[in-house]
Ligand binder design. Structure first.
Ligand SMILES: [Cu+2]
Length: 674
């Protein structure tokens, strides 16, 4: 966008608003004047060029009715369009009606398109693959039921198979009858029980058969407390005969009316930004609701945590997606994280867990930040975190430029629905000899769910959040600030237009603007007595750098290009002021206070007569394969509109040794990606 065309209207509007204020003051009396007049004055003030120059400006996106959805996930694609995913949008009626929504938005043309959504992708994880497709995995199998809303006794049935010769699939609707209690329960989903494991001791020749198990959610046939069970029982499977009836059985603890958490799905899709549709790929091994997906340096994807098919946090079973085979493989060793853990790709095939997470998991497990080596499964804790008991729903950012390996954790709240929250920011330098979190400047207020966006000028915009759980007691924070990592200082900028808490987020656009979406307050009033409606409004923020007057720098070569790691590329540019920085920015992929994708990498460059020649770093853990925005920034911090660059997987890139295979084995068939 070119802000030059605002010039004429800006002056006209200032005059118009100015005289309106005077008229209003003359025509009204009493205290009403003050409220109205101060609103008018605020309107006037925030539209002044001088104000925008320092604070930026917010506007509302005009979204036609048929494209308004409960956006809970948003990802910028290399076509410049933004994928907005609601799935059922945290709305049980939508879920029941199988109304699952995805909208593709072009923020330049402001055009929209509805995209058929194959499953309920509400609460999936997502990340960019090397070819620019968006991997979306997991989502919703079943909505939560609070204690009072559970009408049928139910719970987890562990199906056992003692037959070493064959696996068994039990369809949905399979009935299990307790041998002692005589009560019958029905499975809600199909379940595959692998065959039992047979091993022979080499010396004694003794054969051992180890029973195998699989879990499935079961519910009583009828409503009422007479179906509830007290103790553990052994259940026979209706319809099985002979040896099958002996080999296959269920064991369940208490089947009750307790609160049932949300349950996840295994389904995975690649969203194709060119064909603009979801393509089914192999499902994950685990069902996941609230997983984090992290793209690794070799282009494979790590999937961690989430609630499984019975609504418990996946007990440390993590897995990896290979975009070449489109299949998932378990990591050999387990490690537990709460849901939506902030897992960043750092160097040497390691993952940095900042401690941020969102939603579910015990307070004393997997909450300490640290560096996780995927090869050895070792986890080295990073000390110094302040307010460590309020990291849930905090935001984490790899501060720009990414080379510095400094991470910031902003705000956060207590576990679950705790009232506690914090204004603290904490910063760690992973390149230090003994990395340790230290406090940065406080955020504008105590806040859960703040959304942070890396801007091209190496600053970070943070906006919104709420002091209490899901905006309870009218605790939305209508504030925003821009933090400068170089100066370790933040300053307030223009206030956002609406409150945004749970199920909200923000993304940088290629033209330097920021979009914000969503919010899912628990209540609609201060007394917490009325239900709230989901915030469907999308806003755009133009940072101060787009209000500096004069022309912004411009990149003349706008066609997408491919540049290899360590490679050079030339950009023809036009600029009034000298160029100070060149940045390579990975597009964001945001949900639930989590965006581990965004990173801004400083590029070396040399000035030439008609532009710049830039060089990419060689390190694939700094620049994992995929599409990036490439932009130049002048000496006032004003960026050009970015152009798209594809960074292919490095030639001979060693796959992180996560599956016991040798490092070289994965790199052979690499060239087909071109
Ligand atoms: Cu959620």
């Amino acid at each position: 966008m070119n802000y030059r065309r605002y010039r004429v209207s800006r002056r006209t509007r200032r005059m118009a608003v100015g005289s309106a204020v005077v008229l209003v003051l003359a025509g009204m009396n009493g205290p009403a004047i003050w409220g109205y007049a101060s609103d008018q004055y605020h309107e006037y003030k925030i539209n002044q060029p001088g104000y925008k120059e320092k604070n930026g400006h917010w506007t509302v996106v005009d979204v036609p009715e048929e494209y308004r959805i409960n956006t809970i996930h948003a990802a910028l694609l290399h076509t410049g369009k933004i994928l907005l995913i609601a799935g059922s949008g945290n709305n049980a009626a939508n879920f029941k009606a199988k109304s699952f929504r995805t909208v593709l938005w072009d923020p330049v043309k402001n055009s929209f398109k509805n995209v058929p959504t194959p499953k309920d992708l509400f609460c999936a994880g997502h990340t960019q693959l090397p070819d620019g497709k968006l991997l979306v995995a997991g989502g919703t199998q079943r909505y939560e039921k609070l204690g009072g809303d559970v009408t049928k006794a139910g719970g987890l049935m562990v199906v056992h198979n003692e037959d070493p010769d064959k696996p068994m699939t039990l369809p949905a609707g399979t009935r299990f009858t307790g041998k002692k209690n005589g009560k019958t329960f029905e499975s809600k989903d199909p379940v595959l029980v692998p065959r039992a494991k047979k091993t022979q001791d080499e010396e004694t020749r003794k054969v051992t058969v180890t029973v195998s198990t699989a879990r499935v959610y079961v519910e009583a046939l009828g409503k009422g407390h007479e179906y509830e069970t007290g103790l553990t029982d052994n259940y026979s499977v209706r319809g099985l005969k002979g040896t099958d009836a002996r080999n296959i059985y269920g064991i369940a603890n208490k089947l009750s009316f307790d609160k049932k958490d949300f349950q996840g799905i295994k389904d995975s899709y690649e969203f194709d930004p060119v064909a603009e549709r979801y393509v089914t790929v192999d499902p994950m091994n685990e069902a996941r609701w609230y997983p984090t997906l992290t793209t690794l340096q070799d282009g494979r994807v790590l999937s961690v945590s989430g609630l499984d098919e019975i609504g418990q946090v996946v007990p440390g079973k993590n897995e990896i997606y290979d975009p070449k085979t489109k299949k998932w493989t378990y990591l050999p060793k387990e490690r537990f994280f709460p849901t939506y853990p902030a897992l960043f790709l750092t160097d040497k095939g390691r993952i940095f867990y900042t401690g941020s997470n969102a939603g579910y998991g015990p307070a004393d497990k997997g909450r300490v930040p640290g560096v996780w080596d995927l090869t050895s499964n070792d986890f080295t804790e990073v000390p110094g975190m302040s307010d460590p008991d309020v990291l849930e729903t905090s935001m984490s950012v790899l501060l720009p430029p990414a080379q510095d390996q400094r991470y910031m954790v902003l705000g956060g709240g207590g576990v679950g629905e705790d009232k506690k929250s914090t204004a603290k920011t904490r910063i760690v330098d992973l390149r230090a000899a003994q990395p340790r979190f230290r406090d940065g400047p406080d955020l504008y207020a105590k806040a859960r769910y703040p959304s942070s966006v890396i801007l091209p000028d190496d600053t970070v915009l943070t906006t919104n959040g709420s002091g209490d759980y899901r905006g309870r007691s009218d605790s939305n924070v209508l504030r925003a600030e821009i933090y400068d990592p170089g100066k370790n200082r933040g300053h307030a900028v223009a206030d956002p237009l609406v409150g945004r808490n749970y199920h909200s987020g923000a993304l940088l656009l290629p033209d330097g603007r920021v979009m914000t979406f969503g919010s899912d307050s628990l209540f609609g009033d201060k007394a917490n007595s009325k239900p709230a409606t989901f915030e469907q409004q999308i806003d755009l923020y133009t940072p101060p750098y787009l209000h500096q007057g004069g022309k912004r720098p411009e990149i003349k070569d706008t066609a997408p290009r491919t540049v290899e790691l360590g490679g050079k590329t030339k950009l023809r540019t036009v600029q009034k002021r000298p160029l100070a920085k060149v940045r390579l920015i990975r597009p964001g992929s945001f949900t639930h206070v989590t965006n581990i994708e965004q990173r801004s990498i400083a590029l070396d460059f040399t000035r030439e007569a008609d532009g710049v020649s830039v060089t990419l770093p060689k390190d694939s853990s700094l620049v994992p394969p995929g599409w990036y925005m490439l932009t130049v920034v002048d000496d006032r911090g004003v960026p050009a509109e970015a152009v798209w660059v594809r960074v292919p997987k490095a030639e001979g890139e060693a796959a992180a040794k996560t599956d016991g295979k040798g490092a070289g084995e994965e790199s052979e068939e690499e060239s087909e990606e071109e």
